[in-house]
Design a protein around this ligand. Sequence first.
Ligand SMILES: Cc1ncc(COP(=O)(O)O)c(C=O)c1O
Length: 354
Amino acid sequence: MPWTVDDLDTPAVLIDLDRVEANLGRAQAYADAHGLRLRPHIKTHKLPELARLQVELGAVGITCQKIGEAEVMADAGLDDILLTFNLIGRAKLTRLVALARRVRLGVAIDNEIVARGLSDAMAGVGLELPVLVECDTGAERCGVQSAEEATALARIVAALPGLRFDGLMTYPPKHRTLQVNAWLSEAKAAVEAAGIECRTVSNGGTPDLYSAHQVAVATEHRPGTYIYSDRSLVAGGFGTFEDCALRVLTTVVSRPTDGRAILDAGSKTFSSDTLGLPDYGYFVEYPQLVLEKFSEEHGHVDCSASNARPAVGERVTVIPNHACVVSNLFDTVYGVRGDRVERAFKVAARGLVQ
Ligand SMILES: Cc1ncc(COP(=O)(O)O)c(C=O)c1O
């Protein structure tokens, strides 16, 4: 008997493989058309199988945020990995050196303390670790604050043993591609004026994936969420619900009042991340239902705006606001085509915060 979605217990995470392939193919075609290298961030899927598919389709390598994620990907044969996180402390640096011995590894940093720690760890290993200087082009997370600071840090990296300055990296603010391009162009020119080669300029993010060519100075782009998309991206104008490949299959377990339904999926399934939206997800079969709040194991649904209302026992699918955090909460996700379950994936890089 074929394995179908009806055979799955709930809550379960469904990954529509046709949509995944379409999302990846479209992005790779865009990147190829613009001479841009793709280095997808694996934070969205956390699956070695899909990282391999991204590389097979043309990605030059992958991006990871945490060493543990990179270790899982290296174990699965991914051999070109950028770690976009300031790595601090002996435990992580020991693992970094072990990883650098077995894959092409690069790191991003934004300060001298991290640079010196990396250099101390790499000195004597007989390898040069490529280092990108992270630039805050407006997103106000990590990153040096000016072209002058980028140049000063590039000089330090270039002079330190065990390290090789490779270029610049940013996680950009949304919808400010021209500002990002101006920032990075000025920084690249300043670094080069100091006599330091700047081979890579790594930009990222899904919201501006299809205008990434406007950041003309960038040599590579690191999209993450584009593989699954999610409700926050659709709300922000990126694609439609048809592009959303990750859905949560959940069962209505109670209808305590006419206006309320309760799901068997709460914050342990969806997380509490709204990404700035007023509620938590989009009901594919009942677009007027509102996923208004969570207990750990209960999803509270306001049915009052919907004429059609699900019955107890009915299974509904929800596109979550933020796909990446849902991937992180499940041991297994199911690859589906239509109603057929093609395979179960172990989410091998979930939960790896170190
Ligand atoms: C450093 C870095 N690069 C790339 C990405 C991918 O961004 P997105 O999920 O918008 O595609 C992220 C997301 O958090 C990130 O932190």
